[in-house]
Ligand binder design. Structure first.
Ligand code: PA5
Length: 374
């Protein structure tokens, strides 16, 4: 269960209405997902993961934004020991990064999981073209196609059409779940299972949060809104475990894309302490007072726990509101809880700011302009 150290002024009538709206939203499929998981789909994911693990030393995960941040966050945090190595590609348009990823795969046996809901995003499309070529050169067309796993729309998009034509194994990004809310679908579950993450436990954690941590998530959403109304326009997510840096990245995407529209929202930033106390600590302590700090309080060792304590005291003295979100365990269950908690809090918070939590017109605008240029 997620525990918080603050209590905001929750308007319960409004909160209930918002929760109902979210549950009924045509993009609210993630809301009941952990409780009503399609067990047949889960089994297919596990079987595909086992096949990849049996025949590949490396899985190349190609995707950007919501198609990679969530699963990367969990894999990098938990560092599972028994899995296949994951190499990420297609999350930028840098030729240098792509060449580096190709070099890392080298002569290893590999498979590809290309993930794109729209199936038309340029970054993954370009990287996929390169890795697909490498796969065909290594294994020949027939075997190569059996090593490609495409996670995309059920019935449309360039990736969908290619997957059908070539017979790649397909997984579906449900119509009613957007990229940044899709970690617990095949988007995240397949790579996590391949990497050795216990996806049953992850789901268990998310289901627990869906029944036990709703109040805390709503409280946190109202607190964000209150702070926003008081002029705090930046939220700094602080963690004290360097391996959770990608979880911060997922949080920034989740809140940034869900809230930042119609000239609304809170700018999501992040730090990892104690490292960043030696770079951004000065600003946090004594710089412009337009920010608050949300500590993601993971269970940690004794010395690090003292750092958490010291930071809370010092930053409160420095005049920063400090919110504490305590994570129950540093394992799959804890991360499952956290994912659901933040998805829910973010959707409620965006609704309080009066914006649609589930669209991303700004991202589409950039994609359209880039398509015209390249
Ligand atoms: O959350 C979102 O919807 C976005 O961040 C998308 O995940 C991202 O733009 C990638 O899109 P796609 O999965 O269609 O390639």
């Amino acid at each position: 269960m997620i525990k918080i150290n603050f209590d905001s002024k929750v308007d319960t009538t409004k909160a209930t209405a918002i929760l109902k709206e979210i549950a009924k939203d045509r993009m609210g499929g993630w809301f009941n997902l952990p409780r009503k998981y399609d067990m047949g789909e889960l089994m297919r994911i596990k079987e595909a993961a086992q096949k990849i693990r049996d025949e590949s030393e490396v899985l190349v995960c190609i995707g950007i934004g919501g198609s990679y941040l969530g699963h990367r966050a969990v894999i990098e945090a938990l560092r599972p020991k028994s899995g296949t190595r994951i190499i990420y590609a297609g999350n930028s348009l840098s030729r240098r990064e792509l060449d580096h990823a190709l070099k890392l795969v080298g002569d290893h046996d590999f498979s590809i999981n290309v993930i794109s809901k729209s199936g038309t995003t340029l970054e993954p499309a370009l990287a996929f073209g390169e890795f697909r070529k490498k796969l065909i050169e290594k294994y020949g067309e027939e075997e190569a196609y059996q090593r490609i796993y495409a996670t995309t729309d059920k019935k449309q998009g360039a990736l969908h059409d290619e997957a059908v034509a070539c017979g790649y194994t397909r997984f579906v990004v449900p119509d009613n779940i957007g990229g940044r809310y899709s970690v617990l679908t095949a988007v995240g579950m397949l790579p996590m299972a391949v990497a050795g993450v216990d996806i049953d436990k992850l789901l268990e954690g998310a289901a627990d949060a869906a029944s036990e941590s709703v109040e805390a998530a709503v409280n946190y959403a109202f607190m964000r809104y209150e702070l926003g109304a008081k002029g705090y326009d930046t939220e700094v997510f602080a963690s004290f475990e360097p391996c959770t840096a990608y979880f911060n990245e997922w949080l920034k995407q989740l809140f940034g894309e869900s809230e930042g529209k119609d000239k609304q929202g809170v700018w999501p930033a992040s730090v990892v302490y104690s490292t960043d106390l030696h770079s951004l600590g000065q600003f946090m302590q004594d710089g412009r007072r337009n920010l608050w700090e949300t500590i993601i309080d993971y269970p940690t060792d004794e010395t690090n726990a003292k750092v958490v304590q010291a930071v809370k005291i010092a930053h409160l003295q420095g005049g920063i509101p400090v919110l504490d979100i305590a994570v129950s365990s540093f394992d799959e269950k804890g991360f499952g809880e956290l994912i659901y908690f933040f998805e829910l809090a973010c959707a409620v918070s965006a609704k309080l700011f009066g914006v649609n939590p589930f669209d991303q017109p700004g991202v589409e605008a950039y994609k359209n302009e880039l398509r015209k240029l390249i």
